[in-house]
Design a protein around this ligand. Structure first.
Ligand code: UT7
Length: 339
């Protein structure tokens, strides 16, 4: 594709959707299985509840939650599945290693014209996938993209580790992204992505990939479940979320006071409050769902976006900043003017 084309097009979100499993897991219920309490969890994380997929229930597979969120986003955009050119599915908890969860979703919604692939950037995945869709659309290689962020982290949670099992929930969010003129005011304005593989040890799942088979011994040691260094992760998140928010604003010559809404990744409410304070941004303009759903990994940002588009809080012309961090480590931000 020629570089001239790259100057002709931009992309904008025209539909949003989200979906969560039925089963709610309260702090009280968790405190019956590990040594914790409702008060500790609320004070230290801001989480009240999370929704957990029933393992083995086909309606609550990762791709099923993704398909429901995608169907809702397509309805809002007024698009049929066969009009989609590409499906980018952000997840670190795929249905199966092969085929990709994107292909499972394609089959479920009947998006027969699309090409489909997964993107794994852990909790940053949705912003990485949305930035990728934006690039394909800007170069004219796609007109309509379906971008999903969906994770079933409960399948990889060590339910006997109180420092991590209190944090996570399952869910999915999706957006339809369409081509618009590069002169359009309402579009994706910029994206900044980064990774630091040196920090792999802060959050990882050692076994279950091609390096390490899940033997009975590995299983007993829970090495096929997530291992997290919470305090280090916390510090890194505060620094990088702040850094990438500033990058997005500076590259668009925007002052923080010109931002209408801030949607950060949600791993702990105290991380979000610390970032808002550093940015000097009021908490009442930070959109959250961590209180009700916990950390839903790549689903967090699109599900918060969906909730606030549907409630009418996010209005055409509003400037919205998406800001993420995750295992890898991965970091990124994406600034958009709502369509
Ligand atoms: O995308 C996701 C990546 N993950 C993150 O970003 C996680 C970020 N980190 C965090 O959210 C927090 O560090 C945690 C919630 C994991 C831990 O909170 P904290 O305030 O940093 O607690 P801490 O690790 O400093 O532990 C303080 C105390 C310890 O007890 P002692 O050693 O002081 O006696 C912990 O054992 O709190 C204890 N503790 C708990 N107590 C009750 C840790 N977890 C729990 C718990 N219930 N669930």
């Amino acid at each position: 594709m020629s570089t001239t084309n790259a100057l002709l097009f931009s992309s904008k979100i025209t539909g949003t959707g989200s979906a969560f499993p039925e089963n709610r897991l309260t702090n009280e219920e968790l405190s019956q299985t590990v040594e914790t309490s409702h008060n500790w969890i609320v004070e230290r994380t801001g989480i009240q509840n999370r929704q957990i997929s029933r393992r083995g229930n086909p309606n609550e597979y990762n791709s099923s939650l993704g398909a429901l969120a995608a169907t809702r986003a397509l309805e809002m955009a007024g698009k049929k599945p066969e009009e989609i050119d590409q499906i980018l599915y952000a997840t670190c908890t795929p249905d199966t290693l092969v085929p990709s969860t994107a292909c499972w979703l394609q089959k479920k919604i009947g998006a027969n014209r699309a090409w489909a692939m997964d993107i794994n950037a852990a909790c940053s995945g949705f912003v990485f996938a949305l930035a990728t869709a934006d690039q394909f659309i800007r170069t004219g290689q796609a007109k309509t993209s379906l971008v999903i962020g969906s994770d079933v982290l409960s399948a990889f949670t060590n339910w006997s580790d109180r420092t991590s099992c209190i944090l996570f929930g399952d869910g999915a969010g999706a957006v339809v992204v369409e081509q618009t003129s590069s002169h359009s005011e309402r579009r994706i304005l910029s994206s900044h992505l980064s990774s630091d593989g040196n920090l792999w040890g802060l959050f990882h799942i050692p076994a279950g990939g091609s390096n390490q088979e899940v033997t009975p011994e590995i299983y007993q040691k829970n090495l096929h479940k997530m291992q997290m260094k919470g305090k280090e992760m916390f510090k890194s998140a505060v620094l990088t979320l702040t850094e990438f928010a500033v990058k997005a604003l500076e590259s668009n010559q925007l002052k923080i006071s010109e931002l209408d809404w801030f949607i950060p990744h949600q791993a702990n409410l105290r991380i979000i409050e610390a970032v808002a304070k550093r940015l000097d941004f009021p908490m009442n303009k930070v959109l959250i769902n961590i209180d009700r759903f916990g950390n839903t990994s790549s689903a967090t940002v699109p599900s918060v976006l969906d909730e606030n588009v549907r409630s009418g809080r996010i209005q055409p012309g509003h400037t919205v900043l998406l800001d993420v961090f995750g295992a890898g480590l991965t970091f990124g931000s994406l600034l958009l003017r709502w369509s």
